[in-house]
Design a protein around this ligand. Structure first.
Ligand code: UDP
Length: 369
């Protein structure tokens, strides 16, 4: 009898302590043998710890030239929990080509999910510089450009418009979203529109060196006589993005492109060569890559001037020459610069930004086309 009681006592004590250990282990998440009986969901704390760890690892990776302001700008990272449509491997638009022959994305409406794109770029939260020129009578285009930019251009991101002008008192005060501002940069007037257009490369090079380099991760070069009509978002960002010129994106053969054809110019492209014809009215990329390219266009036009030649389409010719042998990492469809001179073609599902119809003779200092 005495022995039986002792055994029961021992058994009760063992069960009691086992229970205590189990309860303690249950509340200690780190006790791995217990994990099998917990639901397969990470507690929030773990998700954040994991993502912070991943951020730390990724931002430490110094390979490539993508580390900007201590952050990598090429990282396609996203947080768990975002709701978006499942992407398809087979279904997509059949009326356009969404990839170049060097395997870069060719961006059209329907080839990206804005929710996913914005979530990815929000994690990097880049600072974006927009360099525009409004010299002489072109100040009249500032109001609409900035007003519509605030509605459609990289909404929710940090954007600074660097307005280069010879008429500072004509820069309008437009209400701006949070994290967005206008910086006015004074430039001299010019007698020829060609000098303004080419001069942009010189003055942009100087502003980047002086100011923008310390204030931005991405840079856009844009014409001011344009208006935004629909989302122009993070899907446009890459190391170097160029826009297909609306007038030539359906044209073959490539010899019909208006490249510079005179071998005396630094912008020369021989017959039988070329991929696409890109517009110089919108181009963008990482600050340092864009700096290199803007400076290249400036220096090449200076070389041409020394040799008494001006490329047929000024900096656009030099841009096209550069992009032939230094391929862009993203090509944007003409949705990213249409023109109010032309009716929309069926493949343009969204007109995101468009050049305004203007009276060239009236608005340019030396008139004409
Ligand atoms: N521009 C300017 N003042 C001028 C001529 C040109 O500010 O007198 C700038 C302006 O930013 C304009 C860009 O240069 O958007 C390109 O010039 P323009 O629009 O005349 O060229 P287009 O695209 O019509 O050939």
């Amino acid at each position: 009898m005495q022995r039986n009681i002792t055994k029961s006592h021992i058994l009760i004590v063992v069960i009691f302590f086992s229970l205590l250990v189990l309860i303690y282990a249950y509340f200690r998440e780190s006790f791995s043998p217990m994990n099998f009986c917990k639901p397969c969901v990470f507690p929030e704390k773990d998700i954040f710890e994991l993502e912070n760890k991943l951020d730390e690892i990724n931002n430490k990776d110094m390979s490539g030239q993508c580390l900007i302001g201590g952050k990598r700008m090429d990282r396609m990272a996203m947080d768990l929990g975002l709701k978006y449509a499942q992407p398809s491997t087979l279904n997509g638009r059949k009326d356009i080509n969404a990839v170049t022959n060097w395997n870069a994305p060719l961006v059209w409406e329907g080839t990206f999910d804005p929710v996913v794109m914005d979530a990815i770029y929000k994690k990097m939260n880049p600072r974006i510089a927009v360099v525009v020129f409004a010299v002489g009578k072109y100040t009249r285009f500032l109001q609409k450009f900035i007003e519509t930019g605030e509605k459609y251009f990289l909404v929710g991101f940090n954007v600074t418009y660097y307005v280069h002008t010879d008429r500072e008192n004509e820069v309008p005060k437009v209400p701006l979203g949070e994290g967005r501002k206008v910086t006015v940069v004074s430039v001299p007037s010019a007698n020829r529109w060609q000098d303004v257009v080419l001069g942009r490369m010189k003055w942009a090079t100087i502003t980047i060196e002086k100011t923008i380099r310390n204030e931005a991760d991405y840079l856009f070069m844009m014409d001011i006589d344009s208006v935004f009509y629909a989302r122009f978002g993070t899907e446009s960002l890459s190391r170097l993005s160029a826009v297909l010129h609306r007038g030539y994106y359906r044209k073959t053969p490539r010899d019909s492109f208006p490249y510079e054809r005179r071998p005396q110019s630094k912008a020369y492209i021989p017959a039988g060569e070329g991929d696409y014809y890109y517009t110089a009215a919108v181009w963008c990329g990482y600050l340092e890559d864009m700096y290199k390219l803007v400076k290249y266009c400036y220096e090449m036009s200076e070389e041409d001037a020394k040799n008494k030649i001006e490329a047929v389409w000024q900096e656009e010719s030099h841009l096209n020459r550069y992009l032939l042998t230094n391929k862009p990492t993203k090509v944007l469809s003409p949705e990213y610069l249409w023109s109010d001179y032309d009716a929309l073609t069926p493949d343009i599902k969204v007109k995101r930004i468009s050049q305004l119809v203007k009276n060239y003779a009236e608005v340019r200092p030396n008139g004409g086309n």
